[in-house]
Ligand binder design. Structure first.
Ligand SMILES: Cc1cc2nc3c(=O)[nH]c(=O)nc-3n(C[C@H](O)[C@H](O)[C@H](O)COP(=O)(O)OP(=O)(O)OC[C@H]3O[C@@H](n4cnc5c(N)ncnc54)[C@H](O)[C@@H]3O)c2cc1C
Length: 231
C-alpha cells in the first residue's frame, strides 16, 4: 500500500488536504449534496473521485463539480447505519475534513462512438460533472428506487433528448416522471438503444454493472465499456 504523507504537494493525489463543509442540500429523504472548499491547486477531471480520511476510514465520492468550479460538491446516499455517510449528513457547517485526490480513471474518453451513460442511484454523480463540463450528445439511463431518487432529472431532461429514467417494475409511484421506463436499466437499454457500437459508462451498483456488461457483450459487440463500482 502506498504510504501517505502530510505533504500538501498538489501533484500528489495521496497527499492529505483539508476541505471545509460550506453547505448541505437534501435532494430527497435518502440523499444529499454537500459543497466543500476546494484546496488550492486541487486539479481534477470530470469523473474523478475524492477520498475522505476519517478516523480509520477511507470513503470515496465522485465529484459533481466541474474542473472550473471554485468549490467541490459531492452527492451522497444516506446509508442510515453506515459508518461515514451519517457523519457527512450531520456534520456542522464549517467542519473541516481530511481528503485526498483526485483519484480514479472514470473520465470521459472522446471517440467516434456515441456515449451511453448508465447509473443507479448516486452513480449519476460523474455524469452530472460530465454534462456540466460540456459533454453533449449522450444517452442517459438512470435507475432508481423511486422517482424522488432520480436526482438531477430536471437538469438532464434539458441536457439530453435521450434521458431514460428507470424505475423497477415493482415500484408503485403515483406521479411517474414523463417517459419513465418501468423496469431495470437492462430492459430500458434493450428497448431504447438501437443496435450498434457505443462507449458505455456504467456507474453505481455492481449488479447493474455486471448485467449491463453482459447485455453489451450480447447486443452491442465492439462497444467499449468503462465502469465505476460504488458498492
Ligand atoms: C470509487 C467510488 C466512488 C463512490 N462515489 C460515491 C458517491 O459519489 N456517492 C455515494 O453516495 N457513494 C459513493 N461511493 C460509496 C461511498 O464510498 C461509501 O461506501 C458510502 O457512502 C457508504 O459509506 P458508509 O461508511 O456510510 O457505509 P458502510 O458502513 O461502509 O456500509 C456500506 C454499505 O452501504 C451501502 N452503500 C454504499 N454506498 C451506497 C450508495 N452510493 N448508495 C446506496 N447504498 C450504498 C451498501 O449497502 C454498502 O454495503 C463510492 C464508492 C467508490 C468505491
Amino acid at each position: 500500500m502506498q504510504k501517505r504523507t502530510d505533504s500538501t504537494a498538489p501533484d500528489n493525489p495521496m497527499a492529505i488536504q483539508t476541505a471545509e463543509l460550506l453547505q448541505r442540500r437534501w435532494l430527497s429523504k435518502n440523499a444529499f449534496e454537500i459543497e466543500l472548499t476546494r484546496p488550492s491547486a486541487f486539479e481534477f477531471e470530470a469523473g474523478h473521485t475524492i477520498c475522505f480520511i476519517h478516523e480509520s476510514m477511507e470513503r470515496y465520492y465522485s465529484v459533481l463539480s466541474t474542473p472550473d468550479d471554485p468549490t467541490l460538491a459531492i452527492c451522497v446516499f444516506y446509508v442510515p447505519r453506515g459508518s461515514f455517510a451519517p457523519v457527512l449528513a450531520h456534520a456542522a457547517i464549517g467542519t473541516r475534513f481530511n481528503i485526498s485526490g483526485p483519484h480514479g480513471y472514470f473520465t470521459f474518453k472522446p471517440s467516434a462512438r456515441a456515449p451511453v451513460f448508465v447509473a443507479t442511484g448516486t452513480g449519476i454523480a460523474p455524469f452530472v460533472s460530465f454534462a456540466r463540463s460540456g459533454i453533449k450528445h449522450f444517452a442517459l439511463f438512470h435507475e432508481a428506487t423511486s422517482s424522488e431518487e432520480l436526482y438531477y432529472q430536471t437538469d438532464f431532461k434539458k441536457l439530453t433528448s435521450a434521458y431514460h429514467p428507470c424505475l423497477p417494475a415493482e415500484t408503485t409511484v403515483a406521479a411517474m416522471p414523463e417517459g419513465m421506463f418501468q423496469g431495470h436499466v437492462v430492459g430500458c437499454i434493450t428497448t431504447h438503444l438501437t443496435r450498434g457500437t457505443y462507449d458505455f459508462y456504467l456507474c453505481g451498483h455492481r449488479e447493474m454493472i455486471r448485467n449491463v456488461t453482459l447485455l453489451v457483450d450480447d447486443r452491442f459487440p465492439g462497444s467499449h465499456v468503462y465502469t465505476e463500482v460504488f458498492f
